[in-house]
Design a binder for this molecule. Structure first.
Ligand SMILES: Nc1ncnc2c1ncn2[C@@H]1O[C@H](COP(=O)(O)OP(=O)(O)OP(=O)(O)O)[C@@H](O)[C@H]1O
Ligand SMILES: [Mg+2]
Length: 1107
């Protein structure tokens, strides 16, 4: 639906009056009538100015649909019929548009609908604020925190099936656009006594029932629980089932909500483990036991439950059992351990259960806060929603009700402060004509409770901290002394005689006249609850568990952090947090929702007038209406008013240079607003009717639209102009650049053309000049040439002439010679012989030969036999002669060379020649020997005195004497021996002493064997049967093998005229004694330089390793 089509108003189809300010006449009766009439027509919301009164319908009304949200979205507060959405929208918009932090204060007694109202506000704000995946997640987490906290913090009471048993203040944080960023929840004093005991017809906290009804079999098994409520002492059985409440379904909702809020699966499981442990703690029973010394002791009756609790919490059973049986008191480094009697043991058990649950609840709030806290650090705007437990009057009111009601007093106080007192005071301060309206100020009751010196809380604390016996009775006595004279305090025992006979007031009670009625409090339990004592043994036992969550819940159990200081009392803690809350609320713009409970039966359609009347009275609603009616709906400092509306008047727009008050006057006069609609205060303008304000707002809105159009227009104009100027500038620049470009191109073209033409002209001129110069030069050259030619012609002519002359002269001479010859031949013919031609031929040949020899003689090469050159042949017919001469000359040259040799040298050469014939190209060692001269007698035995004896034995001329290695026939080992060869024998002698070992005639030698390699091993084969051959053939090695064998060979030849066989092979046979042994040469690494290594392998084989 388009917004403009909705023409509804507060006044349209109005049932009674939507705003009580409009009531005529205004009496308590008409006020109640109006509420009732509206209530009967399902109109549960009514305004008092900007305050919303909400009457609990106790049934579902179709007024919270998404369509309704859309209807109220961005609409003025009074534009539509009263609704909680209108208030939520107003608060959200002024937070978003005017940057004012808001708080929504929801008050009313228990069951009046505060929690519902707070959820409605939150869901409305969530629906209208920004959208997007991230924002939606934040919203969802904020909304889903409710089911979790309600499950753990709400319970069924006599007055309300879903009563909040804790106070909750939630700050929702927004960014400048109005998108939610996150939130912070503060919780106030959970009614933990409910964990262990509930009044008749009431239940424990929802979660216990939800877990047992909704938990799967598997989960219950894990938590060691049974589904039956009756199994658990802590669950009041009177009203375990609540009508219209499906615990199982709610359990699923809670689990789902925990998941959305961000609890890990194991965290959720841990939480349920603690819940289960609390439940099971209630089943631990103690029985008395007396000790010999007369002290009472207690013992756990059935340890099974304890065992299961310990298993759940990862606890050592003995530790917990001990903590239930003993109490250690520590004072000034002294530890005293006393046993607990049965009552004390039960007290300890309950204290543990309450503490465990209470701490778990606080942990849950902190954990949720961690999830929902804003992720950014940008400046935030805040909307606080306060939903605190409502005012309570029970049959038996205890410490908790006292605290709850104190809190409600404080809220009433802040309401009075901000709506009644401050407003009226402001009118007077601003000089507005005003008749004071009476109202009840509850400051006196707050004072009675919270006064630091003699307030009830201060008395209680004093009593708790006092040494000596402290009981609830001593506390009451103290109250009776201190507060007896207070007009709002009633007690039977007080000194004032007023209540001495009041039988409705028992002796152990005191009564306070609260703003909402008289409440009688039983003092029993006040001291304990205020002390909130948990035996240190228990907290230490809890800290010792393996359960991470439980361990974290009891940090004071850590012995390292133990302190002897008493923790602050519950009362003082609560007072401090309420004071902080009040301060916080005062900094924000308040929005009130005042909830009213229409009947005590939680029934729909029932409107108990007396009950409502009572609430209307104590809530001070009548006074509220009166102040509103007499007063002004709206006030604002002149500056802000002028600032906000100055655009509505031509004189004040855009600037007003004079005083702001005058500005506002001019503004309102020009707008023709009736004078009775406003008053001018000292610093503020007061507007009587909200309608006037809305008119102003409407005008402003329209004007803003015009202004926006104007700004748009100017901006568009500016933008277009800027754009145009930019385009123009660009166009100029582009055209300038284009022109420049074309001019430059043209210029460059002209330049190049000019240069071209210039160069052509210059070229042409140059060529012309060149031509001229060339012509000139050619002319000059032509002259020279012509002259030269001419001179040449002259010269040739002269030459020709001279040649002709010479030829003629020669011809004359030839002719003359021929003539003479002819004459001579004619004269001498008779003297010539017939064979003169042959003689001339021979003579010519002779001459030629003569000339050839003479020439050859001159060109003969050197005398060296190695010279290879020979002069070239001059005549072809001398070819053979020439070759023959070359051969002869070479032979002659060699002969000449040989003729120079002495006899000795000749012998050496012969030996060398012999060696060459024997070994060249056959044995590799030969090449090395060519350059070595054959000395023969290397030992010079005749001169060496060492060999004197040997020398004596030799007799003959020594052909060769040298040291050789003789190879042992048996093992192939070497031994140094002197080898002496004479013309007829060879001798083997000891190398050191010269002692002759063998003498062998050369005639006995049949052959010699050597290898083809570079080794020096040789075998001398002896004639079979000769005396020398008794031991067999000899094997020697020597570097001078070539020389030795050559000399041996020649000696034998000279002696016997026979040539012995020299076998050159890598494998040959030798005769050792009777054996024929094969000497085999193999290639291998050498150990002793060049010496061959011999090894007798077996009878038939001697292996020689050669390099
Ligand atoms: N606007 C509403 N529409 C329908 N039912 C409502 C509405 N407001 C309250 N109720 C009903 O009244 C019951 C009690 O309301 P609620 O829990 O909000 O009271 P409360 O003021 O928070 O009480 P307490 O102080 O005990 O927490 C709700 O459970 C619901 O059934
Ligand atoms: Mg509630």
């Amino acid at each position: 639906m388009a917004k403009s089509e909705v023409k509804t108003s507060l006044l349209d189809n109005m049932i009674g009056v939507g705003d009580s300010v409009l009531l005529e006449p205004l009496t308590e009766h008409t006020f109640l009538e109006n509420l009732k009439k509206r209530f009967d027509h399902s109109e549960i919301y009514t305004y008092i100015g900007s305050v919303v009164i909400s009457v609990n319908p106790y049934r579902h009304l179709p007024i919270y649909t998404p369509e309704k949200v859309e209807e109220y979205r961005n609409r003025n507060f009074y534009e539509l019929s009263p609704h909680i959405y209108a208030l939520a929208d107003e608060a959200y918009r002024s937070l978003r548009d005017q940057d004012k932090d808001q708080c929504i204060l929801i008050t009313g007694e228990s069951g009046a609908g505060k929690t519902e109202a707070s959820k409605l506000v939150m869901s409305y704000v969530a629906a209208v604020c920004g959208k997007g995946a991230e924002v939606n997640q934040v919203k969802e987490q904020l909304l889903q925190s409710n089911p979790v906290l309600e499950a753990f913090g709400n319970a069924k009471t006599m007055r309300n099936d879903n009563s909040s048993r804790f106070g909750k203040y939630m700050d929702i944080e927004f960014d400048f656009k109005g998108d939610p960023l996150g939130g912070v929840i503060s919780n106030y004093l959970l009614e933990k006594s409910r964990v262990v005991k509930q009044p008749r017809d009431e239940r424990n906290f929802h979660i216990f029932y939800q877990l047992l009804s909704g938990g799967s079999e598997d989960l219950l098994k894990r938590l060691k629980l049974e589904r039956d409520f009756k199994q658990y002492n802590y669950l009041g059985l009177d009203s375990a089932e609540v009508n219209g409440m499906d615990d199982a379904a709610n359990f699923r909702t809670v689990k789902n909500a925990m998941q959305i809020v961000g609890f890990m699966d194991d965290e959720a499981e841990s939480v349920l483990e603690v819940v289960a442990a609390v439940l099971k703690l209630g089943n631990i029973e103690f029985k008395p036991e007396s000790r010999v010394n007369g002290l009472d002791e207690s013992r756990i009756q059935d340890k099974n439950e304890l065992k299961e609790i310990c298993e759940l919490l990862g606890q050592d059973q003995a530790v917990l059992e001990r903590a239930f049986s003993f109490r250690t008191v520590e004072a000034k480094q002294e530890k005293v351990s006393t046993t607990l009697n049965v009552a004390q043991a039960y007290y300890a058990r309950d204290a543990l259960a309450k503490n465990l649950y209470n701490r778990l609840f606080t942990w849950l709030v902190n954990r949720i806060n961690e999830s929902i806290k804003a992720q950014t650090k940008v400046r935030k705007k805040v909307m606080g929603v306060l939903d605190i437990y409502g005012f309570e009057i029970f049959e038996n009111n205890s410490f908790e009700q006292f605290i709850i009601n104190y809190c409600n007093e404080k809220l009433q106080q802040i309401f009075i402060e901000l709506t009644l007192k401050e407003e009226q005071e402001e009118y007077i301060k601003e000089g507005i004509e005003w008749t004071h309206i009476e109202y009840f100020n509850n400051a006196i009751i707050c004072e009675l409770i919270e006064n630091n010196t003699n307030g009830i809380l201060a008395m209680l604390d004093e009593e708790c901290l006092r040494p000596g016996t402290v009981t609830d009775e001593t506390f009451l006595e103290k109250l009776n002394q201190v507060c007896a004279i207070h007009e709002r305090f009633e007690s039977r025992m007080s000194k004032s005689s007023r209540f001495l006979n009041d039988t409705t007031l028992p002796h152990n009670c005191f009564r306070i006249q609260h703003y909402a009625g008289k409440v009688m409090y039983h003092v029993e339990g006040f001291v304990d609850k205020n002390n909130d004592l948990l035996y240190r043994d228990l907290s230490q036992a809890m800290w010792k568990t393996n359960h991470m969550l439980v361990k974290a819940l009891f940090p004071e159990g850590n012995p390292a952090k133990m302190s002897l200081k008493r923790p602050p009392t519950a009362g003082s803690q609560f007072k401090a947090s309420v004071t902080t809350l009040m301060k916080n609320l005062q900094t924000k713009n308040p929005n009130y929702i005042r909830c009213i409970k229409p009947n005590d039966q939680k029934a729909p359609h029932a409107f108990t007038e007396a009950l409502v009347c009572h609430q209307v009275r104590y809530l001070g609603l009548m006074e509220n209406v009166r102040v509103r009616r007499a007063g002004y709906a709206f006030k604002q400092p002149y500056e802000s008013c002028l600032e906000r509306y100055k655009m509505l008047c031509s004189q004040t727009w855009p600037h007003w240079r004079q005083g702001t008050r005058d500005g506002v006057k001019v503004l309102l006069t020009e707008l023709r607003i009736p004078a009775e609609e406003f008053s001018y205060g000292r610093s503020k303008i007061f507007i009587r009717n909200p309608r006037t304000l809305f008119e102003l707002e409407d005008l402003r809105k329209r004007r803003l639209e015009d202004l926006a159009t104007l700004i748009q227009k100017i901006y568009r104009g500016w933008k277009c102009r800027t754009n145009f100027l930019l385009l123009k500038k660009s166009q100029t620049t582009i055209s300038a650049w284009t022109r420049r470009h074309f001019q430059r191109k043209k210029y460059l073209h002209l330049k190049s053309v000019t240069v071209l033409i210039q160069s052509y002209i210059r070229g042409w001129k140059a060529r012309k000049l060149l031509r001229e110069l060339k012509h000139q030069k050619r002319c000059e050259e032509s002259a020279t040439t012509i002259a030269a030619y001419w001179r040449g012609t002259q010269a040739r002519r002269e030459l020709k002439r001279l040649k002709e002359e010479a030829r003629r002269k020669h011809a004359v001479a030839v002719i003359w010679a021929y003539w003479l010859g002819l004459k001579v031949r004619r004269e001498y013919r008779k003297f010539f012989r017939a064979n003169a031609g042959r003689k001339i031929y021979e003579f010519t040949i002779q001459r030629i030969m003569q000339k050839y020899f003479l020439e050859l003689k001159k060109k003969l090469p050197s005398q060296s036999p190695t010279e290879r050159t020979w002069p070239a042949r001059p005549y072809l017919f001398l070819d053979n002669t020439h070759t023959e001469l070359k051969r002869i000359f070479h032979l002659w040259r060699c002969k000449e060379y040989r003729d120079q040799f002495t006899e000795q040298k000749t012998a050496i050469f012969e030996e060398k020649l012999e060696a060459s014939e024997l070994f060249k190209d056959k044995k590799a060692l030969y090449t090395n020997s060519v350059r070595q001269p054959f000395h023969g007698d290397y030992l010079e035995i005749s001169k060496n005195p060492k060999y004197q004896k040997l020398n004596g034995a030799v007799e003959e001329k020594i052909v060769l004497a040298d040291v050789v290695n003789k190879i042992n026939r048996a093992n192939g080992k070497r031994a140094l021996r002197i080898f002496v060869l004479t013309k007829s024998k060879f001798i083997i002698a000891d190398q050191k002493s010269g002692q002759i070992k063998s003498t062998i005639p050369v005639m006995d030698i049949t052959s010699v064997s050597v290898s083809k390699q570079t080794d020096g091993l040789f075998a001398i084969h002896l004639k079979e049967g000769s005396t020398a051959a008794a031991k067999g053939d000899f094997l020697f090695t020597s570097d001078r093998l070539i020389e030795i064998i050559t000399k041996l060979y020649r000696t034998i030849f000279f002696k016997t005229n026979q040539k012995i066989n020299v076998e050159i092979n890598n494998e040959f046979l030798v005769q050792f004694n009777q054996d024929k042994v094969c000497v085999k040469f193999i290639q291998g690494a050498q150990k002793n330089g060049n010496l061959p290594a011999c090894k007798r392998k077996n009878n038939r084989l001697l292996e020689v390793t050669v390099p």
